[in-house]
Design a protein around this ligand. Structure first.
Ligand SMILES: NC(=O)c1ccc[n+]([C@@H]2O[C@H](COP(=O)([O-])OP(=O)(O)OC[C@H]3O[C@@H](n4cnc5c(N)ncnc54)[C@H](OP(=O)(O)O)[C@@H]3O)[C@@H](O)[C@H]2O)c1
Length: 276
């Protein structure tokens, strides 16, 4: 078999989302992608949908030019052991949370390694991926990696020391936003709107506000000032938010997620006491 461009290990939620975008946006031809996924039903469905190749063992993924690791961090050691130390790939790209570049490099000493942190909106092409490059990366390889992740949204390069903070903000962020959207919907229902209508209003308000902030490169405080007329409805709502400590709660959410990410990165899997 001719050497594949991409050997992907793990076709779960994130792996399959990436595969779909790569194939559907033409970033990588399907016959250049091999997938190793133990769930045969899932693997065959992806093969049928996308026309990618299925690999019967992880070592075959290690024969591709780029090895892409999309398994849970807990199975990384097993996967690395199953692969041995492949010589073919030039690059090993990981999306595994909490696996440092150093550990990737130890498992794949002959390759340039790359650690990334995408987020769930990648499933709809609106992701945010932070990337940290290992030693020896070339500009061409940076371009290759960015191309893969630009297919599912925006891309930023960060120092690896920032990865726990990135995890706490953009990695966990979709969870915070989902809670906020749910609360806005409940608020709408509370003041008499049918739930489907409240849902549409909440979702489009969030999407529209974010688009406005991004497209006009507007500071959030300026937008808030623009929409608060003296004695009006919005300032009354904001007063309620401030009294409930919403800003502090969101900052604390990021801080708590950061601390948890640091614990997990350092290998501490035990759940900490609440508030401790
Ligand atoms: N989902 C996100 O939003 C997100 C965001 C950022 C980073 N990540 C990272 O992305 C990685 C994957 O997350 P996910 O949400 O896509 O998880 P997932 O849905 O559980 O996908 C992992 C896939 O890997 C497969 N797998 C397990 N052992 C394997 C092995 N030995 N060889 C090959 N494949 C194997 C699993 O198959 P089985 O189900 O049969 O075990 C599953 O299909 C994680 O490391 C996570 O930290 C995810």
């Amino acid at each position: 078999m001719e050497q594949l461009f991409l050997g992907v290990i793990g076709g779960g939620a994130m792996g399959s989302a990436l595969l779909r975008r790569w194939v559907n946006s033409g970033v990588c031809p399907p016959d250049q992608i091999g997938l190793r996924e133990p769930d045969l039903g899932r693997a065959r469905a992806l093969q049928e949908e996308l026309g990618i190749r299925l690999l019967s063992d992880p070592a075959q993924a290690g024969e591709a030019r780029v090895l892409f690791l999309a398994v849970k961090p807990q199975v990384f050691t097993t996967v690395a052991a199953e692969m041995g130390q492949p010589t073919s790939p030039e690059l090993v790209i990981s999306i595994m949370a909490g696996i440092p570049l150093e550990q990737l490099q130890q498992a794949f000493p002959k390759q340039v390694v790359v650690r990334t942190m995408p987020n769930t909106p990648a499933l709809v092409g609106a992701g945010m991926t932070a990337i940290s490059y290992g030693a020896g990366i070339t500009p061409t390889q940076v371009e290759q990696v960015e191309k893969l992740f630009r297919a599912v949204g925006e891309v930023v390069t960060v120092a690896e020391s920032q990865m726990d903070a990135v995890t706490a903000l953009s990695g966990s962020g979709p969870g915070y936003v989902a809670v906020m959207v749910e609360a806005l919907i409940d608020g709408g229902v509370r003041v008499g709107l049918p739930r489907p209508l409240a849902t549409q209003l909440a979702l489009q308000t969030l999407a529209g506000t974010t688009a406005l902030l991004q497209q006009e490169q507007l500071h959030p405080a300026l937008l808030k000032d623009r929409v608060t007329s003296p004695g009006g409805t919005t300032i009354a709502g904001i007063d309620a938010l401030e009294q409930a400590g919403v800003r502090g709660a969101l900052m604390q959410a990021v801080q708590a997620a950061y601390e948890r990410s640091c614990q997990l990165t350092s290998g501490a899997t035990a759940l900490p006491k609440r508030g401790g």
